[in-house]
Design a protein around this ligand. Structure first.
Ligand SMILES: *Cc1c(COP(=O)(O)O)cnc(C)c1O
Length: 406
């Protein structure tokens, strides 16, 4: 895209990374299936091998030498997200989890220490405990609400403070600028999982983050049919991250990249609708007698609402509710009978989902204050009246069983 004026993120979502003029005017990028990429002469082969690192912001794509290193299909997606994030570089990897592991392995080595938020996406925790520990990298879990207090947890060998805001099960927000200030004073890198906020609702680099990872699987893909992740970095970490992704052998297939860039084009409107529906559901649930707490940062009742207002420009459609304690059979009757909400992992697609969660079992540095069951809700693109009717019927089933049990 070449527009002479600076553009807003919602415009960039639509145009960034597309170059119709290079492809006969075709609006979307071509899908290149490639392993071998031929070079006509020794000189051109050598030029490719000594090409400078990519700089998407200056229109400089990575050199093409072999399918694993990417093709214009790869670069179209990476450039789009890079411009959207205002990052120095973005590299696509095969899953959101790969984005997390590549970012950590690009910055940590044996003997280093990692500070990990206690409310992190659970597979991140398993990676720290089961893989990093074996490499001689020690992880300390910290309270997500530690803020500037992170300074007291930094050790001489701490290399990375990893954040996820909000936690994608229990929705605590982190004071990222305070954490970044303390970390940078000791030359420690700050990573952030920004899957919830996306580049449209959170600008992590402006908050002081060095490396951002996002599960493209969720909102950017948006249609529950793509697995992908991306890592965005500042100039300082760009080369280490891209090199780590390549040397770990990560590669994203062209059809997946195509679907991801197609999903990206409608992110603005989808996210807006998910936000509106999510907030309507959250407010309705707040008034239900069966509910002990609604964990949605966009609600005034959320303990971190002020941080959300300061650091985010919107809320996605993912939040949780905690029910008052009920017999297991009543909770099951509520969930099993839902007709529009599906039960399943992932989120960010067009459809509404619920997923039972157990935050008590997924934390070690903080305690969980609730006794009743937690249900994570993703607000999709259906009519909100139908979603409310589905939940209302669920509460009727739940109450009927509670009455018989009493
Ligand atoms: C789903 C998710 C991931 C991992 O993404 P995958 O593509 O499923 O590997 C990482 N972080 C968060 C917050 C997620 O919700």
């Amino acid at each position: 895209m070449s527009v002479s004026r600076p553009t807003k993120p919602r415009t960039r979502v639509v145009h960034a990374g597309r170059h119709p003029g290079d492809y006969h005017g075709v609006v979307n990028p071509p899908v290149y299936h490639a392993s071998t990429i031929l070079k006509p002469t020794m000189a051109e082969r050598a030029a490719g091998q000594s090409a400078p690192p990519p700089n998407y912001k200056q229109g400089q794509q990575p050199a093409m030498f072999y399918g694993r290193g990417g093709t214009p299909t790869t670069f179209a997606f990476e450039e789009a997200v890079c411009l959207l994030y205002d990052a120095h570089d973005v590299v696509a990897v095969p899953s959101g989890l790969a984005a997390i592991t590549v970012g950590l392995l690009a910055t940590l080595k044996a003997g280093d220490h990692l500070l990990m938020t206690d409310t992190t996406y659970f597979p991140t925790r398993k990676f720290c405990d089961q893989v990093l520990a074996g490499f001689g990298i020690e992880t300390t879990y910290y309270d997500p609400r530690v803020g500037a207090g992170i300074a007291e947890l930094l050790r001489d060998n701490t290399r990375v403070v990893y954040t996820e805001s909000p936690g994608s099960l229990s929705f605590e927000l982190q004071d990222i600028p305070a954490i970044a200030e303390a970390a940078h004073a000791r030359d420690v890198a700050v990573m952030m999982d920004n899957t919830w906020g996306t580049p449209l609702y959170c600008r992590p680099f402006e908050l002081g983050v060095d490396i951002v990872n996002e599960a493209v699987t969720k909102y950017i893909g948006g249609h529950s049919d793509v697995m992908m992740g991306m890592i965005a970095s500042t100039e300082r970490y760009a080369n280490a991250v891209r090199t780590a992704a390549r040397l770990h052998g990560h590669y994203v297939a062209p059809d997946e990249l195509y679907l991801a860039q197609r999903g990206l084009r409608t992110l603005g409107v989808r996210l807006k609708q998910c936000e509106e529906t999510g907030l309507t559901l959250a407010r309705w649930l707040e008034n239900r007698p069966e509910i002990a707490a609604v964990l949605h940062p966009g609600l005034e009742s959320h303990p971190d609402h002020a941080l959300w207002k300061r650091d985010f420009s919107g809320a996605s459609g993912l939040f949780s509710v905690v029910l008052k304690p009920v017999p297991e059979a009543a909770y099951a009757a509520f969930v099993d009978g839902l007709e529009i909400f599906g039960m399943g992992a992932s989120w960010g697609g067009f459809e509404s989902l619920v997923k039972p969660g157990n935050p008590k079992a997924e934390r070690t540095a903080t305690s969980w204050p609730h006794d009743g069951p937690l249900l994570r809700i993703h607000a999709g693109l259906e009519d909100v009246d139908d979603l409310i009717a589905d939940l209302e019927a669920g509460f009727d089933r739940l109450n009927a069983i509670c009455r018989t049990a009493a």
